[in-house]
Design a protein around this ligand. Structure first.
Ligand code: GDP
Ligand code: MG
Length: 354
């Protein structure tokens, strides 16, 4: 090294032993030793993994819609999800134990719908900020006795910004004080105009308590999904999103993943955010062990080395090295971004203290 450093010094290039030099310079020096240097062919693994291959229509297959429920606090989001779950997730015969994994699948007329059971818009926003839309359809829950409230408007804005379809569920119609027309009136101010008023938004009056209207709501979800022609390539390596994750005392890191593209298999190498590992075991939303998970399927996985954050992208990779590389790049990119953000913030602070 000292000889090379000296050589560079003579050429007017001041370096220490840890310095990086450009390829041309390295080539020049190598030539002095009768070595022909060739640039290493750099494959951008990350770009390769995140590559969209949706252009090839022939590979695409229909997938179930992914639905989230949004709305003002106490308007009945949880009740609605529970109502759907209780009436449609009947796995007792199968001997399964219903567990909570932050997402569940219901089957209506042989068609599946995946519901994200995550609290409110925060998860939704976090995912959107990472450039990944988790949901296709947002159910906007508005209580018929309360009407449009601040978080209703917030939810509308989130859904519109994310470009997801909105279906309005006017809830609590069992209440004597329910006023469906008023809700329609109020929502039309936000460009959500019901079909019977000449608009294009689907409104379904429901009661999460009595179950009234729930079947219609589910049918409307399927109809909307059909029109949207939701598709994904099930044959590529899996890509998905972390819905939630935690450290289990016995099992280690446990993550609920929504597979979005490709198929995730037990044994696949994976990376999610800054974590990597290998799928050791996979459970579906009913707690049954499964070997693979197709697009729009939520699964709980074991085998990540650490606990990823909700909203992070999960990728399956060819091998352990790629998974580790993905995770490491995620860490360094996040570090750079944080640095940039801190810098930007500092310069703003400077501005205001002047
Ligand atoms: P969230 O905050 O949007 O998740 O709302 P919850 O599901 O927790 O419901 C808030 C309250 O409204 C609870 O007391 C529910 O029992 C009640 N509620 C929810 N849906 C209905 C409904 O369809 N009819 C009536 N009467 N009450 C409801
Ligand atoms: Mg709730």
């Amino acid at each position: 090294p000292s000889v090379i450093v000296k050589k560079l010094f003579m050429d007017g290039v001041m370096v220490t032993v840890n310095h990086e030099i450009d390829f041309e310079k390295a080539q020049e020096i190598a030539l002095d030793y009768d070595i022909i240097a060739e640039p290493e062919e750099k494959v951008d693994v990350i770009a390769e993994l995140l590559k969209e291959d949706d252009e090839d229509e022939s590979l695409l297959v229909s997938r179930p819609p992914v639905v989230c429920v949004m709305g003002h606090v106490d308007h009945g989001k949880t009740s609605l999800l529970d109502c759907i779950r209780n009436t449609h997730v009947t796995d007792r015969e199968a001997g399964g134990i219903t567990q909570h994994i932050g997402a569940y699948v219901v089957t209506i007329n042989d068609q599946k719908i995946t519901f994200l059971d995550t609290p409110g818009h925060e998860a939704f926003t976090a995912m959107r900020m990472r450039g990944a839309n988790a949901t296709d359809i947002a159910i906007l829950v508005v209580a018929a006795d309360d009407g449009v409230m601040p978080q209703t408007v917030e939810a509308i804005n989130h859904a519109k910004a994310a470009g997801v379809e909105i279906i309005v569920a006017i809830n609590k119609i069992d209440k004597p004080s329910a006023n469906i027309e008023r809700v329609k009136q109020e929502l039309s101010e936000y460009e959500l105009i019901p079909e019977d008023w000449g608009g294009s938004t689907i409104f379904v009056p429901v009661s999460a308590h009595s179950g009234e209207g729930i079947e219609t709501l589910l049918e409307m979800i399927l109809l909307t999904a059909e029109v949207a022609e939701l598709k994904a390539n099930p044959k590529r390596m899996a890509r998905g999103l972390v819905i939630e994750a935690e450290l289990d005392k016995g099992k280690g890191p446990v993550a609920t993943i929504l597979v979005q593209k490709g198929t995730l298999h037990v044994g696949d190498f994976i990376a999610a955010g800054a974590c990597s590992g290998k799928v050791r075991a996979m459970m579906d939303d009913k707690g049954r062990r499964v070997k693979e998970a197709a697009p729009s399927t939520p699964v709980e996985i074991l085998g990540l080395g650490d606990v990823p954050n909700a909203g992070e992208i999960l990728v399956a990779t060819e091998n352990d090295k790629e998974a580790k590389h993905f995770a490491a790049t995620f860490v360094s990119e996040n570090r750079n971004r944080l640095l940039e953000e801190t810098k930007a913030k500092m310069s703003l602070d400077d501005l205001f203290t002047q």
